[in-house]
Design a protein around this ligand. Structure first.
Ligand code: KIV
Length: 304
């Protein structure tokens, strides 16, 4: 099975921020129904969000992966709601028109329905998100129901769920055996039944992703789960060589911004230490008369 609508039309207004229309949930479903593959990337800050808006990306995830990509932790677990809200606000300012998903960090929803609703509500009220994402299957159905009942759209996240990497045996392919794959299919059904409006499938075999795409009726987004989905997600820092520790196999590099920046910084150090920077055109002078007057003033006060 191939992803439908291979001859995709880009978002309206992908040529510029001002021409683009706000992507709503119904519009997202229309795209899915028309077979137009959906694009999704992670984003954590204003300048990148601005570029993402310009490129016409459909869905932007402010992922708790920012714990690793931005804050330098070894996992996503230390990320707080305050971290997420601050970054989601910045991203929203850069991309007013993408469908913005706030990723619920570790322990912001696991403990109770009430904590899930209150924290999901913060993403909507304080950061202007269009939806929230939370990790987990059947065991999270009650949370999904509670947040949905509060009028907040929820994206589910199955397969490799980084917040439970410890119990999944690390960052590895999920659903390799028939029994494990069946559990993921059942989890997807449970999430849809509970009200999820979309599901992200991370690192599951392509045909398992295809089966779920065929059966659920909600947009299925693949991260490393192959082409048989309604859309694709990539982690921004993997796409552009900005995460120094590792690049997962599923990531495709679309540019090496990390190298561009590293080269530029090395050149800057060489130019400053070599007396090349700043060049005369990059700073400002002062009229001789004013400068001489300044010297006299300093002399009068014994400061020279
Ligand atoms: O935080 C994140 O960026 C995510 C992706 C790994 C899907 O949840």
């Amino acid at each position: 099975m191939k992803a439908r609508g291979a001859a995709a039309t880009p978002n309206e207004g992908s040529s510029g921020m001002s021409e683009r229309k706000k992507l709503t949930l119904p519009a997202l479903y229309e795209k899915m129904a028309a077979g137009v593959p959906l694009t999704m990337v992670t984003c954590y800050d204003y300048p990148m969000a601005y570029l993402i808006e310009e490129a016409g990306v459909d869905i932007v995830l402010v992922g708790d992966s920012l714990g690793m990509t931005i804050l330098g932790y070894d996992s996503t677990l230390p990320v707080t709601m305050e971290d997420m809200i601050r970054h989601a606000q910045a991203v929203r300012r850069g991309t007013p028109n993408a469908w913005l998903v706030g990723d619920m960090p570790y322990m912001s929803y696991q403990a109770s329905d009430e904590s899930a609703v209150l924290n999901a509500g913060r993403f909507m009220a304080e950061a202007g998100c269009d939806a929230v994402k939370l990790e987990g299957g059947r065991e999270m159905a009650d949370r999904v129901r509670a947040v949905t009942r509060a009028g907040i759209p929820v994206m589910g996240h199955l397969g490799l769920t980084p917040q439970s990497a410890a119990s999944l045996g690390g960052f590895r392919l999920q659903g390799k055996s028939a029994a494990q794959a069946k559990k993921i299919v059942d989890d997807a059904d449970a999430l849809v039944e509970a009200g999820c409006v979309a599901i992200l499938l991370e690192l599951v075999p392509d045909r398992v992703c295809g089966l779920i795409t065929e059966r659920t009726g909600v947009p299925i987004i693949s991260l490393g789960s192959g082409p048989h989905a309604h859309g694709q997600l990539l982690i921004f820092h993997d796409m552009f060589g900005l995460y120094p520790k590792f690049t997962p196999k599923m990531a495709k590099k679309y540019g090496d911004a990390g190298k561009v920046i590293a080269d530029g910084l090395r050149q800057y150090v060489a130019e400053v230490t070599g007396g090349v920077f700043p060049e005369p055109e990059r700073y400002f002078g002062m009229k001789d008369q004013e400068y001489e007057e300044l010297l006299k003033m300093l002399e009068r006060e014994g400061k020279r």
